[in-house]
Ligand binder design. Sequence first.
Ligand code: PEP
Length: 243
Amino acid sequence: MRQVIAGNWKMHGRPDDVSAYAAALAAAAPPATLLICPPFLLLERFAAALAGTDIALGAQDCHWAARGAHTGDIAAPMLAQAGASHVILGHSERRADHAESNAIVRAKAQAAIAAGLTPIICVGETEAERDAGEAADIVTTQLRHSLPDGFAGLIAYEPVWAIGTGRTPGADDITAMHATIRAALAAQLGEAGRALPILYGGSVKPDNAAAILALPEVGGALVGGASLQAADFLAIAASARGH
Ligand code: PEP
């Protein structure tokens, strides 16, 4: 299966940035599936710029309701209509900034699936939890309570302490956690859980991408800071396993 290289622009980017970035991605032929997740405001512009390419478009969150009195929120059907096929849910910045619990993430995933979107559900431990030896328990608990029954999307393992810090876990730690996640998915979802892509996220850069993407059970990368420049994002994608 081709690895998935997903870019999370977070709260970066302006409408004027879209066309040159999209053109650079469209002109490349990396050995990976590309997915770009810009802020809501840029989705329609990206959808137009990427029309006719096989580059996928995702949002960074959605509400758990399909419509209603939720000032400032965005519903999953709106994202689908704007051209998104994917949505990141449960990113640690959402869990921290907006007090999103596993139950909220699960409800959002159900809403996303009902709207025809593929969720990318993020899990990961804090540094204190890792130091306390609790990382595997934290991550499996997040999976157990964040994934709806029959979940068929993607998982992103993102140790919170590696996001935006320039620090990454060692290869052995990534391998061990991805194996833990695979076992948890198989226990939770049966045969389907053996095939779901598990992305790694947390300070993936052009200079460490090849080593991370070569690890067992790493189905791709969720890339924050290094996705903002098309050249860096494409350099990461060029390191992917294309099979
Ligand atoms: C992220 O935001 O999901 C992320 C992994 O960020 P960064 O690559 O900047 O660590």
